[in-house]
Design a protein around this ligand. Sequence first.
Ligand code: SAM
Length: 324
Amino acid sequence: MTEWSKYVQTPTFLEATRMMMFDPDTRDVLIKWTGIKNGMRVLDVGCGTGALTFFLAEGVSGCEFVGLDIDAHFIAIANEKKEEYAKGGNSFTFVTGDALKLPFENASFDAVVSHTFLTNVPDPHLALREMMRVGRTLSPVTSITAQSFEFIPAHPGFYEKDHLAYYEEWAELFIKLYAAYEEVLPKKDYLLGCHPVLVPKLFSEAGMWDIRMHSLGKSCSTSNAAMEDADKRRYLELLYEAELEKLDAFYELEAFREKITDKEADRFRELMKLRNDLLLAECGENTVWEWYGGASLVMTGIVPPTLRTLLRMTGKDGGISKQD
Ligand SMILES: C[S@@+](CC[C@H](N)C(=O)[O-])C[C@H]1O[C@@H](n2cnc3c(N)ncnc32)[C@H](O)[C@@H]1O
C-alpha cells in the first residue's frame, strides 16, 4: 500500500491544508452536525495526524477521543500533538489499524466521524459498515469529504517584470514534476474510495437512519484581506516545506530519477524558494492572486437498531434488556 504520509500528503501538507479547511468559526456548527456532546466517546476513522479530532475537541470537554489510521507515521505525529490538546479536559488515544477491520467492540462509541477518508479507503462500503458497527444504536456517524474547485495559479503578469523570467520556468517544471509523480505513483492506486458525490448513496445503502447532508464552503487566497497575516505566512511556509518534502521522498525512487534529472530537481528547489519569497513578500499587500477553494460535504446519519434490538424495543423479545 502507498505510504500516504510520505508520498501522497506529508504531515506538513495536512497541517497547511487543514488549517484552511477547519475554520474556528465553523467549529460549533460542525460539533452540532456531528452530534458530539461533552463526555462522549468519539472515534475519528482515517484520522491522519488528528486534525479533525483536535479541531472538534477544542469545542467540547470531558470527551474520550480515539483516532485510528493505517499510516503509523501519522499516528506517531498525532500522539506527539495530543499533550498540547489534552489540557482542554478531553483525553486522546491514537492507534494504528485498519478501518476495514476496526479493532473495537460493537457499539463502543457515542459518535463516529471521518474526514476525507471514504474517498480514499479501498472499500468504502465496508468502511462505513465498520463505522456503524462500533457506534452505539441511534448514535451519529459523520463523513466529511471535500470537493475542490480548480486552482487559480498566480500569473506572472501580476508581478514585477523580473519575476516573469522564473515564473514560467517554475510552472513548466511543476507540471513536469507532477506528471512524473503521477507516472510513478498513479492516483488510482491510492484514491481507492468513492467520489464525494456518491457518499449520500453510500449512507443510504448502508441503511443509516435520519440521513442529512450539510455543506461547508471554504476558500483560500493569500490575497484574502480577511485572513490574518500570520496565518497566511504560516500557510505559505508549510506548503513550501511540504512541496520540498514530496520531491525529496520521490527522489529516493529510481523510477522517479529516470524521469527527472538532478539538475531539474535542484532547479525546481531554487525556483520554489524564489516563488515562496515572492508570495511571502506580497501576501501582506493582498496582491497575490493564487486561489484555492472548495466545499466540504458533511453527511450525517444515525446507527439504526439491529433487528434484535428492534424486537426488544417492540416488546417481542421480552423488552429492552441490553443494547447490542
Ligand atoms: C486524505 S487523508 C485524511 C487524513 C485526516 N482525516 C485529515 O483530514 O487530515 C486519508 C487518510 O485515510 C487513511 N486510510 C486509508 N485507508 C485506510 C484504512 N484502510 N484504514 C485506516 N486508515 C486508512 C490514510 O492513511 C490517510 O491518513
